[in-house]
Design a protein around this ligand. Structure first.
Ligand SMILES: Nc1ncnc2c1ncn2[C@@H]1O[C@H](COP(=O)(O)OP(=O)(O)OP(=O)(O)O)[C@@H](O)[C@H]1O
Ligand SMILES: [Mg+2]
Length: 630
């Protein structure tokens, strides 16, 4: 975040008001749902005619090139890409990448779109584990920080930034998708269909990360007549609910019921809660608690295993294992993954073959015989539990938030996502729920629920959505100067306005929308703030308004506070307007003559999209642009 004194003009707050209005409608088409995941991506589609069959009309793309990996079905395709060096400079991606692929493998591209994740140590570790040099090239574990440092500096691959790489990856996903859908409908017919794309993003995605995702999607040339974003848990919730509504237990859902949705994926576990507000003639639901999530997905179970192994065989032996043989896709980790996938909390010991480099052939005290480690179910539990326990905490947090909102106890917890398929995780969630009289459910296709739900959401069309009300995930507002009041404002923010000579406090927050505020889908909520800026005849007349977010429960009052995060800026240049169009004043304190520029900043909230405009005399001023913050 940029310091306020440099980056923010110091407009002066006049008043604040709220108004509302509506929009939106649709026609015949094929809807394509794209779930670009941290570890796996999925694509589903449905045309208007097939939509009449309900969720079974939603088809999944499964013709991904390359062999299916040992542990996965083709329901999703690995989110990874590798560039062969020139002269042939071909791209390998998804299942085409094997443990002996020579080119450096780029994984975790999704997280690279999110600034906050990019710099984190946790991300560096995850990236180092998932990515690159899975060949015989010895990259020592000690090199991890070095790999991470690269992330903060130049792009990982010459000439490619994260958006380029995601765009290249999504281009391959699109090509495979086009081939499969083209085969299903006939190329000619498919070419004529109106394509609508629904792209899913994490609920916690920043506006900038959403913007970068869209940029990458655009570069992948889906040629969609319309592209919309929907959050992953919301898509999964829509799919799960639709499945239930079509099933034999459809009467289980009644008006007033609340359910929690838990999407446990590779990178994150995301949660959200909904309350059913209408069953007939159509379903309508409302968010019942602000969504939460954490980085405790299945990939962290793999990381836990490596940490456990280091403790078990000792750091000296562990250090001898080349990083390439402890990375995702290596033989050892693939065996571990197989055990992980089928782990239910009980069962037999699992055999994991250790790389010869660790130097332990047979050691009874370590349960290692002929380089094969007998890994017990208790040990597996130790490895699972940090992620499982954190997931349970998150579920508990949602249950508590729903109860705190006065909506009673949730009726059900829905579990989806790749990690959500795991029997042990599911069982632990079930135990938690049973103790509290809550039911646990999983839809027919938990792994591809997000992609399928994205299609369901797209078929609903704009404005007619299942979800009638969302809750604001953070406070949204703007920063402006106010007349300085000792004892109220911090001395640090104090400055003297050179034109008026008045003592002012810079960067004071006005929150236009509170965290948890209800945002109805059919009536976009518009909030604005009137501001004023003084200038002298020779001054620049560019005005800027910054949209700021804060996820804390109690919002900060100062822009300088770390909790205040810049979402985007909107600028307008008034240099071309004649001075005579602005009201003139004179300051008694400084004797200076100055002009007053009154403008309005307006935020409109709809379906998780915020429009931020700068208005002058009631109209959007010509050169106004919205830019996402770097
Ligand atoms: N049965 C299983 N048991 C444990 N883990 C599993 C199982 N099946 C899949 N996984 C793990 O789930 C992850 C993939 O899940 P999913 O596709 O939902 O995640 P993602 O969409 O890539 O991640 P995110 O949603 O965090 O971006 C992988 O890490 C995989 O190892
Ligand atoms: Mg996912």
């Amino acid at each position: 975040m940029l310091p306020p004194s440099r980056s923010i003009p110091q407009p002066y707050r006049v008043s604040q008001q709220t108004t509302t209005n509506t929009m939106g409608r649709e026609e015949k088409r094929i809807v394509i749902g794209l779930d670009f995941g941290t570890t796996y991506s999925g694509v589903a589609y449905c045309d208007d005619a097939a939509a009449k069959e309900g969720t079974s009309g939603v088809k999944l793309v499964m013709g991904w090139p390359g062999p299916i990996t040992q542990n996965a079905t083709n329901e999703k395709v690995p989110s990874r890409i590798a560039y062969n060096p020139p002269p042939n400079a071909t791209i390998l991606w998804g299942n085409q990448i094997k443990h002996n692929t020579k080119a450096a493998v780029h994984a975790c591209m999704k997280l690279r779109l999110d600034e906050k994740m990019k710099g984190s140590e946790q991300f560096r570790m995850l990236l180092a584990f998932l990515t690159s040099r899975m060949t015989g090239l010895d990259v020592d574990v000690d090199e991890l920080p070095a790999l991470g440092t690269e992330l903060d500096g130049p792009p990982e691959y010459p000439g490619k930034d994260p958006v380029d790489m995601v765009a290249d990856y999504l281009t391959e996903v699109r090509k495979a998708t086009w081939t499969e859908i083209g085969n299903a409908y006939g190329d000619e017919m498919f070419a004529q269909m109106r394509k609508e794309l629904v792209v899913t993003v994490p609920a916690v995605w920043s506006e900038r990360a959403k913007d970068l995702t869209l940029k990458a999607v655009q570069r992948a040339n889906f040629g969609a007549a319309k592209t919309m974003l929907v959050t992953e848990p919301e898509a999964a919730a829509i799919y799960t609910l639709k499945c239930m509504r079509e099933g034999i237990n459809k009467d289980d859902i009644k008006v007033g019921d609340v359910f929690v949705l838990c999407d446990a994926g590779g990178g994150t576990v995301d949660l959200i809660s909904y309350r059913i507000t209408q069953v007939q003639p159509t379903f309508r639901i409302e968010e019942a608690a602000v969504g939460t999530g954490d980085k405790c997905g299945a990939t962290y179970v793999d990381k836990e295993f490596l940490a456990w192994l280091e403790r078990w065989i000792g750091p000296d032996a562990y250090k001898k294992i080349p990083a390439a043989k402890a990375r995702h896709g290596s033989q050892m980790m693939t065996t571990f993954e197989t055990a992980k996938f089928t782990f239910s909390g009980d069962g037999e010991d699992m055999d994991i073959r250790l790389p010869s480099e660790c130097g332990i052939d047979t050691d009874e005290s370590l349960n290692i015989d002929d380089r094969t480690l007998s890994f017990t179910k208790d040990q597996m539990r130790t490895v699972f539990d940090p992620c499982v326990n954190r997931t349970l905490e998150l579920v508990d947090g949602q249950v508590a938030a729903v109860m705190k909102a006065g909506l009673g106890k949730p009726k059900m917890v829905f579990v989806v996502g790749g990690f959500g398929r795991n029997r042990y995780l599911y069982r632990r969630i079930q135990e938690y729920c049973t103790e509290r009289g809550i039911q646990t459910r999983q839809p027919a296709w938990p792994w591809s629920a997000v992609a399928r739900g994205a299609v369901c959401r797209g078929l609903e069309g704009a404005g007619a959505g299942l979800i009638a009300v969302r809750l604001a995930r953070k406070f949204y507002g703007t920063a402006a100067s106010e007349p300085f009041r000792p004892g109220v404002h911090s001395e640090e923010d104090m400055y003297v306005n050179e034109i008026t000579g008045r003592k002012m406090a810079r960067g004071q927050m006005t929150w236009l929308c509170d965290k948890g505020d209800r945002l109805p889908d059919d009536t976009p909520r518009t909030m604005n703030i009137e501001l004023s800026r003084q200038f002298e005849p020779g001054d620049e007349r560019e005005v800027m308004g910054v949209l700021v977010g804060c996820t804390d429960d109690v919002p900060c009052r100062r822009f300088a506070d770390d909790a205040a995060q810049v979402i985007c800026r909107v600028r307008a240049d008034f240099s071309d307007m004649p001075l005579s169009s602005f009201p003139k004043s004179r300051s008694f304190a400084t004797g200076k003559e100055y002009y007053e520029l009154d403008f309005k900043l307006e935020a409109t909230f709809k379906s998780d999209v915020i429009h931020w405009r700068l208005l002058y005399q009631g109209i959007e001023y010509g050169s106004t642009t919205v830019t996402y913050d770097e």
